[in-house]
Design a protein around this ligand. Sequence first.
Ligand code: NAD
Ligand code: HP7
Length: 311
Amino acid sequence: MKQFALIGAAGYIAPRHMEAIKKNHCELTTAYDINDSVGIIDSFFPNARFFNEFELFDRHIDHLSRTGNKIDYISVCSPNYLHDAHIRYALRSGTHVICEKPLVLEVDKLDSLVAMENATGKKVNTVLQLRLHPAIINLKNKVDKEPNDKKHDVDLTYITARGDWYQTSWKGDINKSGGVAANIGVHFFDMLHFVFGELIENNVHHFSKTRSSGYLEYQKARVRWFLSIDANDLPDCAIEKGERTYRSITVQNKEIEFSGGFNDLHNICYQQILEGRGCGVEQARCSIQALSEIRRKTPTGYTSDSHPFLR
Ligand code: NAD
Ligand code: HP7
């Protein structure tokens, strides 16, 4: 049974990691967060030790390794800008890593992680769960069979409304989250690369604290994309159903149904990692490079290849 520690145990996503550890028959022995609102641990691992000071957490991890109870994996669920520091800590402690997305905010950080993986012999895995969504797997299987020069016209619309708290939290701080495109859009930038191949062109039409939009050309697709956390952008079909999330991908004007089926993906992600088939640093590179470019480009405003929601 693999032993886990978790950094960022009090946060929104941490329970999904606890559940994935449990469902994959592993044990969470140690948890750490600077916030002590972590009673959720009892629902999964009532015997886990919890620390809210890094030094005490570190002492315990070291103690476990000296007493034959070495941690196998450290899961990182801290804010995005802390990922690389927490990954380096885990690798230095001799554990593999499962880190939430985006693995890092800048591509040069990936190279230092590769160097540390090589030096420690431990692997850095990341959570890119849209690659595991059945609808996306079906689409990839279809596209893989097509000739390399076939280009699809794709529209991607991803609206997931967030209240005022989002901007007040670290998620609303571009230096800490990478902005809305990095924090939420990373999933679809990765998924588009996974399905349609190498990224060729990356144009930004709009970039703000609540909304981003642009045009991406991949080896096998031309993509108009629109991402928003503003409830005012929700289309009528979502509002009528009382939903605050609208996710749509059309390929050649045909809808790929992928609005449901998100719940179990962390469990599958952990299963694949434990089987040695996890997404690592190299799989994360394309989307992180794209996001770094998007942050630096000057938005052009509406153009002929803009997503219709931007009009
Ligand atoms: P959150 O703010 O709810 O949780 C982050 C936690 O990290 C908080 O409990 C905070 O106290 C803790 N923390 C902050 N600084 C710390 C430090 N120095 N040491 C230890 N703990 C520290 O955020 P969240 O939504 O849980 O996001 C956490 C990570 O998960 C982010 O990387 C985010 O991008 C990712 N995430 C992924 C998905 C997904 O669908 N895969 C969904 C949500 C979040
Ligand atoms: N929610 C919270 O209560 N707290 C949060 O911190 C986040 C959401 P979905 P997920 O916002 O940071 C997506 O849109 O899919 C509420 C991104 N993942 O389904 O779980 C929210 O208000 C993720 O990468 O959220 O997460 C809703 O009521 C990104 O970090 C409900 O949870 C995260 O938003 C569900 O909201 C974020 C994907 O898009 C796959």
